[in-house]
Design a protein around this ligand. Structure first.
Ligand code: ATP
Ligand code: MG
Length: 421
């Protein structure tokens, strides 16, 4: 017995649990394909500077959660903590904007943050998300929110709350920050040490603090919506109108800000209320980042995206997920038939049938036990008689019926029984 264990906060997924993962992944890819997104895969490691510049220096992620290392004394690299910065980097590197005015990308993969592990909070976790470049919204914003709600409903996550806010753009933000600092400064002594520091470095982040003492102060803070410029207001009104037309319930949460610096205008978060979520109930966060592409060296290009945490979605999901079972299990009635079984297995698999067997030499009874345990719907039994006749006994394990069929017909018979299920 080895004492080697996985890194704290990083999880294995074993085959018996993969059914739920597959269901989420399949539903995600099916959904985004219907909405016109193409899959993008970027490296798991990027230059540290990308995240520092992209996410923002004074954010939880960059200040304390990144896995950063120096590669052979030369370059500072970081395990990606989120997907948007990498997507923007790839979008710019490949001049994607020059080929098409609007680009829709989707991704799914592991992310890394050095957080305190808890249920629904891990150090390696999985996100699925999308990015849209080149469309200023707000219709695509509403469509995206509605798409996620539909995807979650398909997965059996229906007890949801959709929160939306508008963070405005440059001018709005500057006027609001002034008012926020004017409100927070006299109450600075009531704030946590972290928030006191952020009051000077990045005041908006104080609104996102999870410390109870900060929340009391934040509850009375001025709201950004009161500071929106006319254009921002129009954008936000149209977003709400479109969401209503699409039939997606939402709540305006004027103090919603999220943990990344790049957001402007539309901001949203989807929280789950049911299942085994507990404190980590934010399933999905997203928003508009109209300044990010330019900030990372491109020309001004609006953008919007979201990411959802797959582990949290799975905690909130309902429905059973049986691990994948073979279609058929081959049983030999004498050990001499094992080579024959090996060729039959190969033929079945070649015909597109998931087939398995236990050819260690055990009794017929123990092979049938394994067949049952495998979850296969069909057992294919071969012995000396069947070998001589060029046939096999095909047994429907659910109904108990058995038929002898020619070898060439076995695959079709397995399929017929599978379809009758
Ligand atoms: P939280 O407030 O829970 O820390 P966040 O604001 O850091 O979330 P985002 O960076 O917006 O979250 O990431 C989007 C989603 O990714 C979250 O809503 C959540 O579902 C998931 N997520 C984020 N961090 C983790 C983590 N450490 N473990 C598992 N899932 C996570
Ligand atoms: Mg976080």
């Amino acid at each position: 017995m080895s004492s080697l264990r996985a890194v704290k906060g990083m999880n294995d997924v074993l085959p018996e649990d993969i059914g739920r993962w597959r269901r989420v992944e399949r539903a995600f890819w099916d959904t985004v394909a219907r909405y016109g997104y193409g899959e993008v895969r970027t490296p798991i490691v990027e230059p540290t500077e990308l995240f520092v510049r992209g996410i923002g220096e004074v954010t939880d992620i960059v200040e304390k959660e990144m896995y950063t290392f120096v590669d052979k004394g030369e370059h500072s690299l970081t395990m990606r903590p989120e997907g948007t910065a990498s997507a923007v980097r790839a979008y710019l590197q490949h001049s994607v904007g020059a080929r098409s005015p609007v680009t829709k990308w989707a991704y799914l993969g592991p992310m890394f943050r050095r957080e305190r592990p808890a249920r629904g909070r891990y150090r390696q976790f999985w996100q699925a998300g999308v990015e849209v470049f080149g469309d200023p919204g707000p219709f695509v914003d509403a469509e995206m929110i509605d798409m996620i709600v539909g995807l979650l409903a398909e997965l059996g996550v229906e007890d949801l709350e959709v929160l939306v806010n508008c963070l405005g753009t440059g001018d709005t933000r500057a006027r609001y920050l002034e008012a926020l600092v004017a409100y927070l400064t006299p109450r600075a002594s009531e704030l946590s040490a972290d928030s006191q520091r952020r009051l000077t470095t990045n005041p908006l982040r104080v609104l996102d603090s999870k410390a109870p003492q900060d929340q009391a102060v934040v509850a009375e803070a001025p709201e950004i919506l009161a500071y929106l410029a006319d254009e921002d207001r129009g954008h936000f009104d149209l977003l709400q109108e479109t969401l209503t037309a699409l039939g997606t319930p939402f709540r305006v949460e004027a103090r919603l800000v999220r943990g990344l610096d790049y957001y402007d205008r539309t901001l949203f978060e989807i929280r789950g209320r049911g299942g085994e979520l507990g404190a980590q109930n934010t399933l999905c966060g997203g928003g508009r980042y109209d300044g990010l592409v330019e900030q990372l060296g491109g020309s001004a290009t609006p953008g919007i995206g979201f990411a959802m945490g797959l582990e949290r979605i799975m905690l909130a999901m309902s429905g059973d997920d049986a691990p994948p079972a073979p279609d058929a299990f081959v049983v030999v009635t004498s050990p001499e038939q094992r080579t024959d079984a090996a060729t039959l297995l190969k033929a079945l698999r070649g015909a597109g049938i998931a087939a398995d067997a236990d050819l260690r030499g055990g009794s017929t009874k123990s092979q049938f036990r394994r067949a049952d345990k495998s979850g296969a719907a069909v057992a294919i039994v071969i012995g000396p008689d069947e070998a001589k006749a060029g046939t096999a006994q095909v047994k429907d394990l659910r109904r108990g019926e058995q038929r002898e069929v020619a070898r060439a017909e076995v695959a079709a018979e397995v399929r017929r029984i599978g379809e009758a299920e």
